[in-house]
Write a protein of this length. Structure first.
Length: 503
């Protein structure tokens, strides 16, 4: 255990006045991002009907936010360490609210993709800043564990609030309204945050290296694009070129960080086995989960015919489980061990995903609800404890950069998961057997098929929709199986890599 893990010795440092009120502001920022991520899934069928994106454009709408945010998180985390985490958090929240308006009023698939990308730029400032400020607000290790648990629980609560609020709005207003709910949250965050949040930054940060910023941005986006392109269209010279460009940029980035006196990201952080294992666990966990999260809302609405509000309520068990687990995760990890809690949580998620390979179009809710509850509990334990490990492994001056690595792993996993698992769902779906007279566009997405059915004869529409829904469910089951395999393998790896790790 290094000196950076020891709690501060002064009462003032350990018991900073107003720290819990300040935490309430930070979790509002987390709520903002979580709600935005979850309402998109519910709104996807409506966006498909209104903007008529192709299947590829629909995937881009779903994952371009993650692409951009993954490419910028390290840079923004490091920038917050330099110019002040409060400043970058409040500025990013203001931009996030403003760009949400652009998302709400997008009129073409291309404009929607651009709006999601710009939202990624703003979102990249929020998550690293919130975790870094927690690291600086709470010097006592046990208080910090509870604060991280509340932070994680709020993110999980956002996944419940998003679908429920979004479902209500979608039943009463147009799809753009789901993005406008960001505005009141942003306003409260900024107005209260100005008063309550203390400023913190690295006292000796060094310059912000723009070459490193560009290398990390180009490297991460190019690699993720290459994976997505190869998964969607098969091997191509464009995918190979993008992959090689990204790999070269990331290699140059790493070499540059090792030689700079004030690097954008201290690569030596990865020499800490607990830090590296926690980051890897986060990346693979969200990779295995993201395909399910992105397509489950479509399954509930377009396959089972649930209205948006009911579909949102149906996803509630996952958030309830994650909130409950997040609040007790730190205490549980101290009583047993870090590796036991993380590995058990990941294994539980993997087994729940395996159970979802058994669903069909008429699966009853008890199986779905039970699987979602187990997913929430497992993810709540795992993510909360790995976040605590990452934060406590570094000096507080580097908290922004370390938090950014954690969030980059999360967003990169989400982007890769939607690209890979989403491509599995889309690929299986496109092969469905359609009756004569089915428009070609019906093979692009289930939303497009549902829209096309309204202009077809009733019997032909019923046959086409039944075939399309069965194909979509087959793709979802296959993606769930792949996700289960990834989670179970990650649970095994975490058991070995996190041995001896303590909070």
């Amino acid at each position: 255990m290094t000196s950076t893990l020891q709690p501060a010795t002064t009462t003032e440092a350990v018991k900073r006045p107003g720290r819990w009120l300040a935490l309430s502001v930070l979790v509002l920022a987390v709520l903002l991002v979580a709600v935005d991520a979850t309402v998109l899934g519910l709104a996807t069928p409506f966006i498909s009907e209104d903007l008529k994106p192709s299947g590829t454009q629909l995937l881009w709408i779903g994952d371009v936010y993650s692409f951009v945010i993954a490419g910028l998180l390290v840079s923004m985390g490091s920038l917050g360490d330099r110019i002040g985490r409060k400043r970058i958090l409040l500025g990013g929240a203001t931009a996030f609210g403003a760009i949400s308006v652009l998302n709400a009023y997008a009129t073409t698939p291309e404009l929607m993709i651009l709006a999601r990308a710009l939202l990624g730029v703003a979102g990249a400032t929020l998550m690293p800043a919130t975790l870094a400020l927690i690291r600086n607000l709470f010097h006592d290790a046990r208080e910090r564990s509870l604060a991280v648990g509340i932070w994680g629980a709020t993110a999980s609560a956002g996944t419940a609030v998003g679908p429920i609020a979004g479902g209500f709005l979608l039943e009463h207003f147009w799809w753009g309204s789901v993005f406008l709910i960001n505005l009141p949250v942003m306003a409260v965050l900024v107005l209260v945050g100005i008063k309550l949040l203390p400023e913190s930054k690295n006292p000796d940060p060094g310059p912000w290296d723009l070459i490193s910023v560009m290398l990390s941005l180009v490297g991460l986006i190019a690699v993720v694009y290459a994976v997505k392109e190869a998964a969607t269209h098969g091997f191509s010279w464009a995918a190979l070129g993008a992959g090689l460009l990204g790999a070269a940029a990331l290699y140059w980035f790493v070499r540059r960080q090792l030689t700079l006196p004030a690097p954008l990201l201290g690569m030596r952080l990865f020499r800490n086995r607990g830090f590296s294992a926690a980051v890897l666990a986060d990346l693979l966990t969200i990779l295995g989960l993201s395909g399910l999260v992105f397509f489950l809302s479509q399954y509930l609405q377009l396959v089972q015919g649930r209205p948006p509000f009911e579909a949102g309520l149906a996803e509630l068990p996952a958030a309830v489980g994650a909130v409950a687990a997040g609040l007790v995760a730190g205490r549980t990890a101290r009583r047993f061990s870090v590796r036991a809690v993380v590995s058990s949580g990941l294994a539980a998620v993997g087994l729940a995903l395996a159970a979802l390979t058994l669903i069909d179009a008429s699966t009853g809710y008890p199986l779905l609800g039970a699987a979602l509850l187990v997913v929430g509990v497992g993810a709540g334990f795992s993510f909360t404890v790995t976040s605590d490990v990452i934060l406590s492994s570094v000096p507080k001056e580097q908290a922004g950069a370390a938090s950014a690595v954690s969030e980059t792993a999360y967003e990169l996993g989400a982007a890769l998961g939607i690209a890979l698992l989403g491509t599995i769902v889309t690929g299986v779906y496109r092969g469905f057997t359609a009756p004569a007279g089915t428009p070609a566009g019906a093979h692009e997405s289930l939303g497009a098929a549902t829209e096309a059915s309204t202009a077809m004869p009733a019997e032909t529409a019923h046959t086409m929709l039944t075939s399309a829904r069965d194909a979509f469910v087959d793709g979802l089951c296959l993606a769930s199986g792949v996700g289960a395999a990834v989670l179970l393998a990650t649970a095994t790896a975490a058991w070995y890599l996190l041995r001896g790790q303590r909070l």
